[in-house]
Design a protein around this ligand. Structure first.
Ligand code: HEC
Ligand code: HEC
Length: 291
C-alpha cells in the first residue's frame, strides 16, 4: 500500500513540475514576443491637411477606432480585471496620458496603424493592425490628418500589465494574433476604388475585421470573447438570405449589442453599407458554422 502512495506522490509531483515548467516557458516566450524590437520603415503615404481631409479622418476614426480609443481619441481601459490584468487603448492626443507627443512624423503614425508597431519599435497588443493593414493609402492619409490635429483631451495613458494567466492565454492564442507577427509588412495590398460594389464591400469587411467574429468564410463562428454568444452567419445561408438591402441597413443602424460594434458600423455612409450588402448578398449560401 505504502509503495502505491509513493508512486502516486511521485506522479503528482512530476505533473505539477510539468505545469510549472509549462507556465514559466509560456511567460518567457510571450514576454520575449511582446518585447521584440521591429525595424520597419513604412511606405510613404500622402497626408493632406485641408479641413475636408481632417473631417474625413475624424469620420473614419469614429468608425474604425472609437470603440477602443474613445470618440475623442482620449483612450479607454480595454480591459481591467484581477485575473487578466490591465490593458489600455491609450489616449492618442496631446492631452494628459496622450501618446501624440511621441509621434514625430507621418511614418510613426503609419507604422502604428498599418504595422502594429510603436515609435519605439515595439509590437502593440489587441490593436487590430492586421486588419487595418489593408486600409488604402487615402484612408490611412485621412486618419493621420485627423490624428495629427486631434484636439488635446485628457484621458488614459499607455498601460499593458498582464498577469501570468493572461500571458499563458496569449501564448495559447486566446487573444488572437499579435498583429506585428502576422502582417505581411512588405505587401502593398490592392485597394478597390470607392463605390457601391461588392469589391469595395469586401474591402470594408476586411478592414473592419468582420471575419474575426463572423468567421473566415463569414458563415458564423465563435466570438473572440469566451463569454460572447455564437456569431451569426452573414452569407445568404443565414438570416440575411431573407433580407433586402433596406432591412440590412435598418438592422445595422437600429440594433445594439455589447458583442457586436453596431454603433461604429452604423456610422458608415449608406453607400458604404450598401457596398457591404452587395458583397454579403453575393456570397455563396453556406450552412451556419459553429466554430
Ligand atoms: C479593438 C480595439 C482597438 C481598435 C479598434 C483600435 N485600437 Fe489602437 N490600440 C488598441 C490597444 C489595446 C492599444 C495598446 C496596445 C498595447 O499597449 O500593446 C492600441 C494602440 C494604438 C496605438 C499605439 C499607441 C502607443 O502606445 O504608441 C495607436 C497609434 C493606435 N492604437 C491607433 C489606432 C487607430 C488610428 C485605430 C483605428 C484606425 C485604432 N487604433 C483601432 C486597441 C484598439
Ligand atoms: C466583435 C465581434 C464582431 C464583429 C467585429 C462584427 N460582428 Fe456582426 N455580430 C456579432 C455578434 C455577436 C452578433 C449577434 C449580436 C446579437 O444578436 O446580440 C452579430 C450580428 C450581426 C448581424 C445581424 C445578423 C443576424 O442574423 O441577425 C449583422 C448583419 C452583422 N453582425 C454584420 C457584421 C458586419 C458586416 C461586420 C463587419 C463590418 C460585423 N458584423 C462585425 C459580432 C461581430
Amino acid at each position: 500500500m505504502k509503495r502505491v502512495f509513493k508512486w502516486i506522490g511521485i506522479a503528482i509531483a512530476v505533473a505539477l513540475g510539468g505545469v510549472v515548467v509549462f507556465v514559466i516557458g509560456m511567460m518567457l516566450w510571450v514576454n520575449s514576443r511582446l518585447d521584440r524590437t521591429y525595424h520597419i520603415e513604412p511606405r510613404a503615404v500622402a497626408v493632406l491637411t485641408d479641413s475636408a481631409s481632417v473631417a474625413e479622418g475624424k469620420r473614419l476614426f469614429s468608425i474604425y477606432c472609437s470603440e477602443c480609443h474613445g470618440d475623442n481619441a482620449a483612450g479607454t481601459a480595454f480591459f481591467h480585471n484581477p485575473s487578466l490584468g490591465s490593458v489600455n487603448a491609450p489616449n492618442l492626443t496631446r492631452g494628459r496620458g496622450g501618446v501624440a507627443t511621441l509621434y514625430h512624423n507621418t511614418s510613426d503614425w503609419v507604422r502604428a496603424i498599418r504595422h502594429g508597431i510603436t515609435p519605439e519599435g515595439k509590437p502593440t497588443f489587441i490593436m487590430p493592425s492586421k486588419d487595418l493593414h489593408y486600409l488604402s493609402d487615402a484612408d490611412v492619409g485621412h486618419l493621420v490628418a485627423f490624428l495629427r490635429t486631434a484636439p488635446a483631451a485628457d484621458g488614459v495613458g499607455r498601460k499593458r500589465e498582464l498577469t501570468t494567466l493572461a500571458k499563458v492565454l496569449v501564448g495559447m492564442g486566446a487573444f488572437g494574433d499579435i498583429s506585428a507577427e502576422v502582417i505581411p509588412h512588405d505587401s502593398v495590398p490592392p485597394t478597390p476604388p470607392r463605390g457601391v460594389t461588392a469589391a469595395y464591400g469586401n474591402y470594408l469587411v476586411t478592414t473592419f475585421g468582420c471575419r474575426n467574429c463572423h468567421g473566415e468564410r463569414l458563415a458564423g463562428g465563435k466570438h473572440p470573447d469566451p463569454e460572447g454568444p455564437p456569431v451569426p452567419n452573414l452569407t445568404p445561408g443565414g438570416n440575411l438570405g431573407s433580407w433586402d438591402e433596406d432591412m440590412f441597413i435598418t438592422n445595422i443602424r437600429g440594433r445594439r449589442s455589447r458583442w457586436m460594434p453596431f454603433v461604429q458600423l452604423g456610422r458608415m455612409s449608406d453607400d458604404e453599407l450598401r457596398a457591404i450588402w452587395s458583397y454579403l448578398h453575393g456570397l455563396p449560401a453556406l450552412p451556419t458554422a459553429t466554430q
